[in-house]
Design a protein around this ligand. Structure first.
Ligand SMILES: NC(=O)c1ccc[n+]([C@@H]2O[C@H](COP(=O)([O-])OP(=O)(O)OC[C@H]3O[C@@H](n4cnc5c(N)ncnc54)[C@H](OP(=O)(O)O)[C@@H]3O)[C@@H](O)[C@H]2O)c1
Length: 276
């Protein structure tokens, strides 16, 4: 339920050390993606952690994602999956996601289904599939996605999206569970009050809120103190009233949270090349 994200940790050594720090702190789920350019550093950290006796490969849950450039057709997706495996040096991923609902994501999904059946991907899912896209997808594909990784935090609650995921038995996973640096939960008086009442930090309250509504979280940090702080959220419980108060911070479908609906964002993603 509590994983560790490595988006924007582009320095290989910093990425490896952050993942090792996270594994030492108790995290077992690591979230990377082909487009983050650090699948290799995550793979290095996994091997180093296993060699150091910190954990076994079976105890870890490594997630990566197929980038849009590899979603043009079935063959490109097959090559993309192989590229992720090769870069990470892992024999399998525990979870592999279609990063965006862009290009030919139905053909790309067939490649994921086959790799899943071949045991190269232990679970398969999607990311940034908004409710109508997810519903159509679930009604159409042979193997339904097991996870949908989307933006979820107190400023973007997405209650309806969670209902759709529940209906199709798709596990919700929150990206930017701390607001991704765009929102400032630390400046909220309400969140500070709730944090004080539990002798916890605002970050811990925000993460716990998603956990209590059944959402997997993958906070990112390169700072060891925060890495430890972000997983120390199992020793307190938010009341129903506190949960409702936190949810009331929701801004709804506005601003940057709906960038996926904008032509310039889609065009931008299509323009990001991860292979020459
Ligand atoms: N599927 C997608 O499209 C998608 C999109 C975005 C992200 N993701 C995934 O989701 C993960 C998390 O999202 P995110 O990295 O965008 O945002 P996030 O985890 O919500 O926030 C990360 C930011 O919060 C800071 N931070 C971390 N812990 C903190 C704490 N305890 N107190 C105060 N500040 C803290 C980090 O800074 P420091 O590093 O300096 O501590 C960083 O600036 C990513 O790493 C990635 O794996 C997926």
């Amino acid at each position: 339920m509590v994983g560790f994200g490595v988006f924007q940790v582009t320095d290989k050594e910093e990425c490896k050390q952050s993942v090792l720090g996270a594994i030492r702190a108790g995290y077992r789920l690591i979230d990377t993606a082909a487009v983050y350019g650090n699948e290799d550093a995550v793979g290095d950290a996994v091997r180093e952690a296993i060699d150091a006796g910190l954990c076994t490969r079976e105890e870890l849950f490594i997630t990566s994602k197929l980038w849009v450039q590899d979603m043009g057709n079935y063959d490109m997706a097959i090559a993309g999956i192989e590229s992720s495996l090769k870069k990470s040096g892992l024999e399998y991923f525990d979870l592999y996601l279609l990063h965006q609902a862009m290009r030919d994501y139905f053909s790309a999904w067939r490649a994921l289904e086959e790799a899943y059946e071949a045991g190269k991907l232990k679970a398969i899912g999607v990311s940034n599939f908004y409710p109508h896209v997810l519903a159509n997808f679930c009604e159409t594909v042979r193997i339904r996605p097991m996870v949908n990784q989307v933006e979820l935090h107190p400023y973007f609650v997405q209650a309806e999206a969670l209902e759709t995921m529940k209906y199709y038995n798709v596990q919700p996973e929150a990206w930017a569970p701390l607001g991704g640096g765009r929102h400032k939960p630390y400046e909220s008086e309400l969140l500070q009050q709730i944090a004080n009442a539990h002798q916890k930090s605002v970050a811990q309250v925000v993460l716990r809120w998603n956990l209590q509504r059944g959402v997997t979280i993958i906070p990112k940090s390169t700072k060891l103190k925060r890495i430890e702080e972000n997983i120390s959220i199992w020793d307190f419980t938010l009341s129903d009233n506190e949960m409702a108060q936190i949810s009331s911070l929701d801004l709804g479908y506005v601003g940057d949270s709906v960038k996926h609906f904008k032509p310039e964002f889609v065009r931008g993603c299509l323009g990001v090349k991860i292979h020459s």
